[in-house]
Design a binder for this molecule. Structure first.
Ligand SMILES: [Zn+2]
Ligand SMILES: [Zn+2]
Length: 214
């Protein structure tokens, strides 16, 4: 099991990075990305801090992916910041997409879908087919989320992603222990978005190393 979108006290989450990893290990996760909120003020610091718990994660049997979630950054700056995050050693870059419950700047989805340094567009709201086709071309996955509010458009995201032949991922966007998902809960998010059983299985058991090219 994987989760490519989680938060810790390095931004607005409640758990220490190591606590999150420990809880995920107990739930049976093998790959966990910690992707704290970042902008131009803190991207390098988050990646550097997360690198310090690689050994702890390994001891608990979890493959840690050090990452960031580029959040509320002007769309014209997203590509450069994503590139910078990778240069600083990030394994994964998530972009905080145009969720319908926050005033995310219009153009954020397009900027993320057009950037090959971005791996996941989180909660992309009312994403268009043109944006999704661009995402497919650049290897950017579109996210189905369990997070309240952000999850309102999961059905549309799944439909557009399939039409554009775009990779789909299911993440928790966890900020607290009760946000973490069991395998059954992940399945419900995927199935509830309209995926078939076979598609749910494929999405939930995605080979992350292959997807990220690690
Ligand atoms: Zn947050
Ligand atoms: Zn998030």
């Amino acid at each position: 099991m994987y989760d490519l979108h989680t938060h810790t006290i390095l931004s607005d989450g409640e758990m220490l990075p190591t606590e999150l990893i420990r809880r995920m290990a107990v739930l049976g996760y093998t790959t966990v990305a910690i992707t704290d909120h970042s902008d131009t003020s803190n991207t390098g610091e988050i990646v550097a801090s997360l690198a310090k718990i690689r050994e702890s994660a390994k001891i608990f049997g979890v493959r840690l992916l050090c990452g960031v979630e580029i959040t509320h950054v002007p769309p014209s700056q997203i590509a450069d910041l994503a590139k910078y995050a990778k240069e600083q050693g990030a394994d994964i870059v998530v972009v905080h997409g145009e969720t319908t419950v926050e005033p995310v700047a219009p153009g954020t989805n397009l900027a993320a879908c057009g950037c090959r340094h971005v791996n996941v567009l989180a909660h992309p709201g009312l994403i268009t087919i043109e944006e999704a086709r661009l995402a497919a071309k650049n290897g950017v996955a579109l996210e189905l989320t369990s997070r309240g509010g952000h999850n309102r458009t999961n059905g549309l995201v799944a439909q557009i992603a399939r039409e554009a032949k775009c990779q789909i991922v299911v993440d928790s966007d966890a900020h607290a222990p009760h946000d973490l998902l069991s395998e059954r809960a992940k399945y419900i998010v995927a199935k509830g978005a309209g995926l078939t059983d076979a598609q749910c299985k494929e999405v939930i058991s995605l080979n992350i190393d292959q997807f990220l090219g690690l």
